[in-house]
Design a protein around this ligand. Structure first.
Ligand code: SAH
Length: 210
């Protein structure tokens, strides 16, 4: 990797800004967080390319553009407490740690959670915690949350997650079948979920233990 900072700058300009991501806090965070530190060795030099990459256990680190879109839609404030479902590499966990006050992230694969934890600690994030478990149940002991980001595809929105959002809280989640989904942004208004439907995406499935 000749110059990761230059590669990251060009990723932000050509993959994110040029495609309409305009939230400056999101763009700055994606310019700061070293994505290559979350990509396993054989793919490290591809870390700033325009697509997902394998991270082991049959899972992938999401495409930078999709991550930028989800973060922009979620409108995270510096004082927010957020929950992520599907830590995977820990890349989005690091971005959330840049954007929010406190981050909880749940991953069902212990091996991935360990590697992600190591990267998060190495990079010095003190406000992010990675938990091994079934994210479809959320994290009731730390609820309610201002934002929930789900990085795996669900056939329908898990009700336990909706119940753990504050009034005014937001959730971004890919909803649909195995081959394609749409990004749903859900906002709690007057105690009820209000859904808006966004871009088509393709994520690995959200596996429920229940
Ligand atoms: N944002 C991550 C995406 C990883 S892929 C990244 O960019 O690296 C989605 C992750 O969700 C996988 O690691 C998968 O193991 C995890 N996952 C799937 N179902 C889950 C569940 N019920 N609870 C927690 N994690 C889950």
């Amino acid at each position: 990797m000749p110059d990761p900072a230059a590669a990251r700058h060009s990723m932000v300009e050509s993959q994110l800004r040029a495609r309409g991501i305009s939230d400056e806090r999101v763009l700055a965070a994606m310019e700061r967080v070293p994505r290559h530190e979350f990509v396993p060795e054989p793919y490290r030099e591809n870390a700033y390319e325009d697509g997902p990459l394998p991270i082991g256990s049959g899972q992938t680190i999401s495409q930078p553009y999709v991550v930028g879109l989800m973060l922009e839609l979620l409108q995270i404030k510096p004082t927010d407490k957020v929950l992520e479902i599907g830590t995977g590499s820990g890349y989005v966990t690091a971005l959330l740690a840049e954007l929010a006050a406190q981050v909880f992230s749940i991953e069902r694969h212990a091996a991935l959670a360990e590697v992600a934890r190591e990267a998060i600690h190495r990079l010095g994030y003190k406000n992010a915690q990675i938990i091994i478990g079934d994210g479809t149940q959320g994290l009731s002991e730390s609820a309610p949350f201002d934002g929930i980001l789900v990085s795996a595809a669900a056939a329908r929105v898990p009700s336990a997650l909706l119940a753990q959002l504050h009034e005014g809280g937001r959730m971004i989640i890919p909803v649909g079948g195995l081959d394609s989904q749409q990004l749903d942004l859900i906002r709690i208004a007057d105690g009820k979920p209000v859904v808006s439907v966004h871009e088509g995406v393709r994520f690995v499935p959200l596996i429920s233990e229940a």
